[in-house]
Design a protein around this ligand. Sequence first.
Ligand SMILES: Cc1cc2nc3c(=O)[nH]c(=O)nc-3n(C[C@H](O)[C@H](O)[C@H](O)COP(=O)(O)OP(=O)(O)OC[C@H]3O[C@@H](n4cnc5c(N)ncnc54)[C@H](O)[C@@H]3O)c2cc1C
Length: 450
Amino acid sequence: MTAAPDVVVVGAGLAGLAAARRLVDAGAEVVVLEARDRVGGRTLTLPAADGTPIDHGAQWIGPTQHRIAALAERVGVTTYPSYERGLHTEFREGRARRYDGPLPGDDDPASAVAMGQAIRELDAMAATVPPEAPWTAEQALAWDSQTVETWLQARVPAGQARTWLREAIRSTLAAEARDLSLLHTLFVIRSAGGIARLLATAGGAQERRFHHGAQAISIRLAESLGDRVVLGAPAQVVRHGDGRVVVEAAGRTVAAGRAILAVPPAIAGRIGYRPAMPGWRNQLTQRVPMGSVIKVHAIYEQPFWRTEGLSGFVVSDSGPVRIVYDNSPEDGSPGVLVGFIEGEQARIWARRDPADRRAGVLACLADYFGERAGRPRELLERSWADEEYSGGCYAGYFPPGVWTSFGQALREPVGRLHWAGTETATAWTAYMEGAVQSGQRAADEVLAAS
Ligand SMILES: Cc1cc2nc3c(=O)[nH]c(=O)nc-3n(C[C@H](O)[C@H](O)[C@H](O)COP(=O)(O)OP(=O)(O)OC[C@H]3O[C@@H](n4cnc5c(N)ncnc54)[C@H](O)[C@@H]3O)c2cc1C
């Protein structure tokens, strides 16, 4: 038995570490239990063969993400702008077309108008969703009774505009428009400050990257917390309700005054609670599945597409990889393309033989940038659904009916148990910013209760 701390934090992702940092700053005794043998959770930076840091999880930070920016600055992790000079690529009906400007499909005026109109409509609807309580929106029940796909079919003419809007949703939430509650999607849009913020590189969520990779923030935060952070300690049972909390984690037992569980809802639902969770919380955690994504990196001697006047950004209507960005380091050497296999494509391609998947990815890159792109010197991939302690990415999403029936259970403490994790954030949910906000909010809750 460890000497009793004030707070035990479960999970050393950004949420758990941000919570622990704030508590320790306030003078509290804290222990952080982390299941994996590393910190950072959904951030993971590993060196490529030549040592270039590759972000297999989260990587970008953008304007209005002040909390993650402040935390990175505090631990000395600096940023640089993402590369996006030159023409973007739209791969449609088997052909690559280069375009300028924020959205694909601008060669078809009717589709461009339809897309602009749909985005304005979604932004206006999102503006009416209170981020701290989406279920209280005036239209909450109507919007939570349909999927985004239902809405697209009703509001956007079939064709390019609908295809690209589906892709925009898929690339933001790693789920299909048919999986997602419209209310949830509006909540995500609201929490980020609008669709343009979500989709843009400069001026949006993809604006900047971290010099040492995003995981460096968690690694340095954990270093600052020292031996308060315990690795290889998966919480299995949480006992609570008799004036204290006792967490059992693979042979280790930690007793504390309160606990912060900084894990996604679906993962929190796999932990045993004594006494058991109230029904509404138990049912919530059965209903917030994780998105599906495989992130791939292709590494070349040089970013050859740049000399051809291309930004490296691709949006495609076919193949496993439908979104690509230039992911080269700041000095442009080596050349790196990052591709995302998302939603249904991730579900299909994760089950394929690795050699088939590799061939499928390379065929996409060759379609988008020419034959040379099909011959990288290194190809790396990471399927987040395979990760026991993530279960998928980018985040947990809400299918229809969940926000309105169970939303209140998301953040409401159960006795001495407090909930964190990006899914519980009101700003930039599903992003690193949301993780930090949630951790700091849970720490404040605990401090206020103590
Ligand atoms: C491929 C990918 C790309 C992304 N891109 C971006 C991006 O560019 N920008 C951005 O802002 N966000 C991005 N995200 C999302 C971002 O990574 C997450 O929003 C954020 O990292 C979540 O942090 P968290 O602390 O809430 O959860 P997590 O990072 O999931 O942390 C939870 C921690 O709890 C641990 N854990 C789980 N179960 C237990 C248990 N029983 N006991 C103890 N510990 C446990 C886990 O191992 C993990 O370390 C991306 C995610 C992925 C996977």
